[in-house]
Design a protein around this ligand. Structure first.
Ligand SMILES: Cc1ncc(COP(=O)(O)O)c(C=O)c1O
Length: 493
């Protein structure tokens, strides 16, 4: 606005501190999970009986998700396999249910390997990835799992191990590729360089009785389709070289990282991120605890840094993302990857973790207290940040209120705090807006948290309990370790 001051006209910029219209981030919910959240009485009974926090998993949903990936392979007329990346969730019910389907499993520790074997996965269906100890390699080779090798050392160790039923099946994993107008990807701590292939094949040639090279894999720390396409180009090139050296290899493993769409509404996501920038710049009231910027900061009135959050609204995720990758056109070969893979009779392996347990679980907690502190509303919950590690993994998504007795209250907003005696124990540094404010005795449901957020980091800090897990099929539940899929065998594909 213009004002006159001692005869001079000066411009005054008034920054209007907007106060809050609610900034909802509604979770995307498909039928099975939506139906689960509607079973309010059952969820209250389960938490009363089994304590807070409580994890709920939907084993059938994991199988349905795997079928989507197999369906994609079928549509593209490709041979291949889907391996569930076990690290995304510890549940026994998931493993037993998947073991009773055609889905395979990717394990990344000796404990996960033992778990998979104990849940009914034949070693033929197990792939060992990740950082490996000598004991892990020994058990993988002895059992007969396929091993995704990350270094020349690992390959040499494996070459000296006695396998049980013949040579150990091996995939050689790479993360750095030469040629083909290479798109630079971030350095990964996993995988070898394409230039290591010759040395790997020298070892393989020398130990043909111990090593059965079945193909190649890549691991990239990116969600970028273009970078993955460049890796696929490299893998096709290397597979040809391996075959030229008379190894019976026909597999390309495109790994995991296909992603999940967490939010229902792209508008809400865009709105929240732009309000965050306004808040960081001081143009509106804070929407995060102590003005936390999720990677953004203000320097002399300008926005600096980069948003360090998972893209919570991802319209192309899961099998659709895998499809987008496979139908890319190879810059060096001029054809779609799916056509090249079909023509060369190459098998495609995929290792979805997060996407395989999309819509397949939730974490429940009791609301203990709602109080005002220094002008803020704090909602104290009976769980801590390691029981639902959305914040640690950079995913922003609202919890849902499961009211006691179905009672609805007025709208409101507040910060969620946990049960640890620690300043830092915030379940979310984001202010959460509720259409119906939770009250003590209500439950909060953190939905769609089966992939990494449910139990990846859970521990016994302060002797707080780790959540029990229940497996739910419709309205029938069992404790996770009591779940057996016998009555579902008929549906096994
Ligand atoms: C070897 C391997 N496979 C599969 C995955 C699963 O990734 P996501 O859960 O993102 O699908 C990862 C993730 O780190 C991985 O390293």
């Amino acid at each position: 606005m213009k004002v006159t001051c001692r005869g001079q006209t000066v411009m005054i910029i008034i920054v209007i501190m907007q106060t809050s219209a609610p900034l909802y981030l509604d979770p995307s919910l498909t039928t099975a999970l939506a139906d689960t959240v509607c079973q309010q009485e059952l969820l209250h009974t389960l938490v009363t009986a089994l304590g807070s926090p409580l994890n709920v998993v939907l084993p059938d949903q994991a199988v349905a998700n795997a079928q989507q990936f197999y369906g994609l392979l079928d549509r593209l007329r490709l041979r291949g396999e889907v391996y569930f990346a076990h690290k995304a969730n510890r549940s026994t019910a998931f493993l037993r249910r998947l073991a009773a389907s055609k889905t395979r499993i990717d394990i990344a520790s000796i404990g996960e390997l033992q778990h998979a074997l104990g849940c009914g996965f034949h070693p033929e269906r197990i792939m060992a990835t990740g950082p490996k100890t000598p004991e892990f390699l020994w058990l993988a080779a002895r059992a007969g799992a396929i091993v995704n090798v990350d270094s020349l050392d690992e390959l040499s160790t494996l070459a000296k191990l006695p396998a049980y039923l013949g040579p150990t099946r091996v995939l050689l994993r790479f993360s750095s590729f030469t040629a083909s107008g290479t798109v630079a990807a971030r350095t990964s701590r996993f995988g070898m360089a394409e230039t290591d292939l010759g040395a790997c094949l020298d070892v393989a040639d020398a130990f043909r009785d111990r090593l059965d090279i079945r193909g190649v894999a890549y691991h990239l720390d990116t969600v970028g389709v273009t970078e993955k396409a460049a890796a696929l180009d490299g893998c096709i090139r290397m597979l040809l070289e391996i075959q030229r050296r008379s190894h019976n290899a026909d597999v390309i493993d495109i790994g995991g990282g296909f992603g999940v769409n967490y939010l229902e509404d792209s508008q809400q996501w865009d709105n929240w991120t732009s309000e965050l920038t306004q808040a960081v710049l001081g143009h509106r009231d804070p929407i995060t605890w102590r003005g936390h910027g999720y990677g953004l900061r203000a320097e002399q009135g300008r926005l600096k840094g980069a948003l360090s959050l998972y893209p919570a609204h991802r319209p192309v995720a899961g099998p659709r993302y895998a499809e987008e990758l496979l139908v890319q056109r190879s810059p060096s070969l001029g054809q779609r990857y799916s056509d090249i893979l079909l023509e060369t009779l190459t098998q495609v392996y995929m290792e979805p973790g997060r996407a395989l347990v999309d819509q397949a679980g939730l974490v429940l907690t009791r609301v203990l207290e709602v109080r005002q502190t220094a002008g803020e509303t704090l909602i104290r919950l009976d769980l801590n940040h390691s029981d639902v590690s959305l914040e640690e993994h950079g995913v922003v998504m609202d919890p849902m209120v499961i009211p006691r007795g179905g009672e609805q209250h007025g709208p409101g907003a507040g910060y969620l705090i946990g049960n640890l005696c620690l300043e830092a124990d915030l379940i979310s540094r984001r202010k959460i807006y509720f259409r119906s404010m939770p009250r003590p005795g209500d439950l909060l449901a953190f939905v769609n948290t089966a992939g990494y957020f449910m139990d990846f980091s859970a521990d016994h800090a302060l002797h707080q309990p780790i959540a029990r897990t229940v497996a739910l099929t419709g309205d029938r539940w069992t404790l996770d370790d009591q779940y057996w899929p016998m009555n579902r065998e008929t549906e096994v594909a």
